[in-house]
Design a protein around this ligand. Sequence first.
Ligand code: FAD
Length: 429
Amino acid sequence: MIFKLYLSATGYITKALIIGGGVAGPTAAMALARVGIESEVFERDHQGADQRGAWISLQANGIDALRSIDADGPLAGVGYPMDTISFVNGKGRPLGRMPMAARRPDGLTSLMMPRSALYSALADEARARGVRVRNGARFVDATVDDDGVTAEFADGTRARGDILIGADGIHSTVRALIDPGARSPRYVPVLNIGGHVPGLAVEGEPRDFRMQFGTRCFFAWMPTPDGGTVWFANPPSRTEPERGVLSGIDDAQWRRRLHALMDGDAGPSGAIIDAAPGPLFGWATYDLPVVEHWHDGRGRMVLIGDAAHATSPAAGQGAAMSLEDAVILAQCLRDRPTTAEAFGTFEILRRERTEKIVAAGHRASNSKAAGPVARLFRDLMLPFVFRRAAKDGGRSMMWLQGHHIDFDEPVPSAPDSAPARLGGGRQRG
Ligand SMILES: Cc1cc2nc3c(=O)[nH]c(=O)nc-3n(C[C@H](O)[C@H](O)[C@H](O)COP(=O)(O)OP(=O)(O)OC[C@H]3O[C@@H](n4cnc5c(N)ncnc54)[C@H](O)[C@@H]3O)c2cc1C
């Protein structure tokens, strides 16, 4: 690999330290390698550790971001394609159907996959491209000086680089250094639980995720081509569960609770809850609406992905936003004369789009936890919303899933120009 010299705020960049080996971290390393910047990824968890259990939908714009740096290959054979989402109410009455990325000229669609499979695919691909990914390295602090930045880890080791990228997720330690006044992640009033049930074929169309606004709980399922079913549920929980409460709920309690929540609703939820491989495990849900400072102003430290703007899972966009960030940051470092300018441009290109998505995710999560009156109103309104979306053939979703990055294209020189407002890339369709 040939590494180039880029001017930083006060010198030349030869090395980036990337904190976090989730979605954004390894992708940023691969994107930086393409513009000639070497990087090393530091991940707190040990390799193969999988506390992420959940399945996620990686939407087309996220796959597009990976494709822009020729890194979508490892996704071949991972997960199941999903082209539409259809909504029903508790009685099973259809409320509408939403095409995912119907208007993309490249035919990219969403993929449902275990979150752990996405993590492994990205870290393995980064390693295969020569990136050093250090597992078991818990970042605790950083010191910035005129010549660079020194990262410190819990085991007492240090690393030196020219810039440090915080890709360490929603509970970011790097964020606390860049923006000590940043608000804590916001609790969203639904829990998350789900997975894949092999060998259980349920009603539903292939490549269509059926989502049910049940009487007491949101429940979703999609038959998979191997004769199984992917599912998730969002039990409402008005108040944030205290630490340890969710991990203290055992498998049998989860099943009883889910059955009680879905009791009387039409559809296959009961069979799915019975057949789901255990132990079942639930997560609390959070988002992070506005982080005032994404970088340190000195051109040394910057945040990407959930560390800068986490959306609730209801948006189905957290991973895709992180992938877009990773690639667009590398473009900014390539095209701006200093790292301080690159980070500034990156923030201008990304803030509006990502905050809009966080807000949309929050609205979607709240609608899943609606009380009886709000539920009535929601069920009356949703068919109109979906009918409009169906009528325009998915055009209204294109700002989300139609986003396209041409990696070789320079980032706009006037950061407030039109493509910038779309978020660095361009909308297709
Ligand atoms: C239940 C659930 C369902 C979801 N569903 C979807 C979905 O359907 N679609 C979607 O797009 N997104 C979904 N998301 C969100 C998605 O997983 C995140 O948006 C995405 O993973 C963010 O990527 P990231 O790289 O910024 O952060 P992460 O993927 O969280 O990666 C951060 C990494 O940093 C590491 N780390 C943290 N602190 C340190 C430290 N101090 N030192 C070193 N390493 C550290 C962590 O171990 C982790 O590996 C879901 C999330 C959850 C919880």
